[in-house]
Design a protein around this ligand. Structure first.
Ligand code: ASP
Ligand code: MG
Length: 246
């Protein structure tokens, strides 16, 4: 099994969703497909949550972070429902999985810590009881053992993909991005930026620690520990090699 992860930029419009269908059809392996909220949905949901935050403050109520997670998790829940439905109607049969029953975390709302063993057990059980070539699941969100929704921190879908990849000992994890791969600099700021075709896990960890935004910092470790290669590839140019981290 391989893991594919598509971020908000890859699912910002219908063209992106059609592209996901063609990338899945071009792949022969079984796939676990991890998807973010559509475009900038999470930012928009944060604005909605904040309105509630202000009222809660005026009422001297706490536990806002729980409310925040309840709002923002709707981004991933709805994007994956729409994409799963589109794929099922267009020849890409798939099974929608609810990360709130699989990605088990502690109750640190907005920055939850993953309970790996429980998550692994739940993911393996889900795959065993519902055999399918393609699974669609939400990035970024999870839940406590009691079923209370949590999130892993902004841009956490890369990390979700790594946790799921580690849990199933995936052949590889691919992050499909709106850039050709990992570059020597941010291409928006430096037009001489060039592609780095191959990196070690150590180099990638150093890069994420230096503040580069291309990969969420927690992504590398679960893969490095299990020698699972991580590909960073262009969503718009899937035939290009991109970057491999191994
Ligand atoms: N949708 C979430 C965010 O924008 C998670 C992610 O995209 O990785 O932060
Ligand atoms: Mg995002």
């Amino acid at each position: 099994m391989k893991v594919f992860k598509f971020g908000g930029a890859s699912v910002k419009d219908a063209r992106g969703v059609r592209n996901i269908a063609s990338l899945i059809l071009a792949e022969e392996s079984d796939l676990l497909v991890v998807i973010s909220a559509i475009g900038k949905t999470t930012n928009a949901l944060e604005v909605v949550a904040e309105t509630h935050h202000r009222m809660m403050e005026d009422l001297a109520l706490d536990d806002y972070d729980k409310i925040y997670d309840a709002f923002v998790s709707q981004g991933e829940l709805n994007s994956t429902r729409i994409i799963s439905e589109y794929l099922n109607r267009n020849g890409v049969h798939n099974t929608w999985l609810d990360a709130r029953r699989i990605m088990i975390t502690d109750n640190t709302h907005r920055a939850a810590n993953v309970r790996f063993e429980e998550t692994q057990k739940r993911l393996k059980d889900a795959i065993k009881t519902r055999p399918s070539r393609v699974y669609i699941i939400q990035g970024y969100i999870g839940a406590t053992e009691e079923g209370e929704v949590t999130t892993l921190g902004r841009e956490g879908s890369d990390y979700s993909a790594a946790v799921f990849g580690a849990a199933v000992l995936a052949d590889s994890v691919t992050l499909w991005k709106d850039v050709p791969g990992v570059l020597t600099a941010d291409p928006r700021k430096d037009e001489t930026a060039t592609l780095i075709p191959e990196m070690t896990y150590e180099e990638a960890i150093r890069l994420t620690e230096s503040g580069a935004q291309i990969i969420h910092p927690k992504t590398i470790k679960p893969l490095a520990e299990r020698h699972i290669p991580l590909y960073v590839k262009s969503f718009d140019n899937p035939k290009a090699d991109g970057t491999v981290i191994r």
